[in-house]
Design a protein around this ligand. Structure first.
Ligand code: FA5
Length: 328
């Protein structure tokens, strides 16, 4: 009869010379298969004394595990082979995790939807802007003190070329659009903005705004108030949020307002600047200011989401922290 020592010796020896997957499989069947040598030894244990059964049994089982391990390793070494024999099709697969939109993208989509339903068009503009569109055309000449409110990232200019910058607001698209379209129209312009300023809970160097612009023969501030209140009503559906309008100044509007919001008696958060489009802005876009009037506004998208979803710090949007992102 075969002894366990004999089996071990010859199994390891054959394992060393085996050349391919078929040979390896034959070896596995020979030693570990149901009718294999080792199984024979294990079967014969029942005829032995208890003591012998224990020592021999434990040795045989250890050998069995070890040989199986070596065979598995060798299979890996030989590669997938025909690609079939080593695959267990009954094994449960890995569930691929599905991506979804970031809260800010979702918020932007919601804004687009609401304004589309009010017959606004959605327009986009470049993030890398010229000084003309970002400032001069918006009644912000170089010497104007309000330029300081838009702490700007300037781009190294090409020799003799116009000064370029990362747009600090979406307002330049007002001019770009009016240069190519005649009133009446109403648009929103969602997009990314950049400001070189210290970050805190409500300010970041990279953030999103959406501009609103509605121009016609008799578009007025009451129309603005109606549109914005309708938007808030839809956006904050069912939530108890308050808004307040207060006078403010932007060189490209006259008169100018700012709108703040708060949730249930919390702190007021500034949401947007707005006002009636300044005649100088119409002139820069080659309109006759005696023909048209309209309102414009620029609203912070993070700020809207902060109020709606009660997010205490704007920097959370950009932290990449999955514990935050996965909540929405
Ligand atoms: C402007 O940018 C004007 N262009 C808005 C405007 C448009 C006025 C049209 C009149 C007519 P302001 O700097 O206040 O204004 O920014 C508007 C909104 O953008 C703010 O109320 C705020 O919600 C958001 N915002 C501004 N700076 C930041 C920042 N650093 N981080 C996050 N949100 C910001």
């Amino acid at each position: 009869m075969l002894t366990i020592e004999g089996i071990e010796k010859s199994a390891y020896k054959e394992l060393e010379t085996v050349k391919d997957r078929d040979g390896l499989e034959a070896l596995r069947v020979k030693y570990l298969g149901r009718k294999g040598d080792l199984t024979g030894v294990l079967r014969s244990l029942k005829d032995l004394s208890e003591k012998e059964r224990k020592t021999l049994g434990s040795r045989a089982n250890k050998f069995k595990d070890k040989l199986q391990e070596k065979i598995d390793a060798k299979f890996l070494e030989f590669g997938e082979g025909d690609g079939v024999s080593n695959i267990d099709i009954t094994r449960p697969g890995h569930k691929p995790s599905r991506g979804y939109l970031h809260l800010l993208s979702k918020t932007e989509q919601e804004i687009r939807k609401i304004f589309l339903s009010m017959n606004f068009s959605v327009v986009e503009g470049p993030e890398l802007e010229t000084e003309f569109y970002a400032f001069n055309a918006l009644n912000l000449p170089e010497w104007h003190p309000a330029r300081e409110a838009w702490d700007t990232f300037w781009i190294k200019p090409k020799k003799g070329g116009e000064r370029m910058l990362l747009r600090p607001h979406t307002s330049p698209v007002q001019i770009r659009y009016m240069e190519e379209h005649q009133p009446p129209f109403q648009i929103i312009v969602p997009g990314r903005c950049f400001r070189y300023e210290a970050t805190d809970a409500t300010h970041d160097t990279n953030f999103y705004q959406f501009e609103g612009l509605m121009v016609g023969r008799d578009v007025n501030l009451a129309n603005f108030k109606y549109i914005v209140e309708k938007f808030f009503e839809e956006f904050f559906k069912g939530q108890k949020v308050e808004a307040r309008f207060r006078p403010s100044h932007f060189p490209f509007v006259e008169p100018g307002v700012e709108v703040d919001m708060r949730f249930k008696g919390g702190d007021w958060l500034e949401m947007m600047g707005a006002g009636m489009v300044h005649p100088k802005v119409f002139e820069a876009a080659h309109y006759d200011p005696r023909d048209f009037q309209g309102f414009a506004f620029g609203m912070g998208i993070e700020r809207l989401a902060m109020i709606k979803y009660k997010i205490p710090d704007i920097r959370m949007f950009y932290s990449g922290d999955l514990r935050f992102i996965k909540q929405f």
